[in-house]
Design a protein around this ligand. Structure first.
Ligand SMILES: *Cc1c(COP(=O)(O)O)cnc(C)c1O
Length: 232
């Protein structure tokens, strides 16, 4: 059995190797551990290895873990990212518990998060999710809607715009994945010319992190590579 510590070490080595090939400093690439459908014990194991940032897809599951972890292991203060779809009836609980929302896809959700963020907490760190494959079934805004949504978010006191997030096509050829990530980088650079403080281009998962690193990702979101296959 491979342990989470070993897989994490392997993931960092993989990132370092891909960064070297791409001529990039591996320190410019953050590793987000995607812990969806994995038990709290796995998150604790990763925390004990020094892992700090965790991604959850499902609001209720994420909030349960955030609260249980804070109660049972107050010595850890991880950063929690929502990376799954967010419906408007769940925004309040997200505003109360998550540090980041990477899956923002409409102004209505931004407005609610901004209003519902408790005053004693830092602004929610926001990435706009882009539907880069153009498939109707996929979440995210169309590329030509990014600039106007970014403008809306940038005006909100309790939200901080950090950048963009995308999920590459999983069943596409490497050439198609590469062109999607290139399009994301271009969109990110355009957006950054208007919002120079942006620092996050979240793209790349266990199956496509090398291409994402080659094309300029600053945050890879790894689930399977760290916690093993999700069987349930
Ligand atoms: C599940 C998920 C991941 C991680 O996927 P793996 O292939 O297990 O690395 C990353 N990002 C999002 C948005 C996800 O839903």
């Amino acid at each position: 059995m491979t342990t989470i510590a070993e897989r994490l070490e392997g993931a960092y080595a993989h990132i370092a190797k891909a960064a070297k090939v791409a001529g990039r400093d591996p320190k410019t690439i953050t590793l987000l551990s995607v812990s969806k459908r994995k038990p709290l014990a796995d998150i604790v194991a990763a925390l004990e290895c020094g892992q700090h940032a965790f991604g959850e897809n499902y609001v209720q599951e994420g909030v349960d873990k955030i609260q249980t972890l804070a109660a049972q292991f107050p010595q850890f203060q991880p950063q929690w990212h929502l990376i799954g779809p967010l419906q408007s009836n769940k925004t309040a609980v997200v505003a109360e518990h998550f540090d980041w929302v990477q899956s923002l896809d409409r102004a209505k959700i931004a407005k609610r998060l901004n209003e519902q963020r408790p005053a004693h907490l830092k602004p929610i760190q926001i990435c706009i999710q882009v539907n880069i494959s153009g498939e109707e079934s996929k979440s995210g805004v169309k590329p030509d809607e990014v600039l106007s949504l970014a403008q809306t978010v940038a005006q909100m006191d309790n939200l901080t715009l950090r950048g963009l997030m995308a999920i590459g096509s999983t069943d596409a050829t490497p050439a198609v994945q590469q062109s999607e990530f290139q399009a994301m980088k271009k969109l990110f650079d355009t957006l950054k010319s208007q919002h120079p403080q942006l620092d996050t281009l979240s793209m790349g998962m266990s199956g496509d992190l090398e291409i994402a690193i080659m094309e300029g990702t600053t945050m890879v979101r790894l689930g399977t590579a760290i916690f093993g296959a999700r069987t349930n």
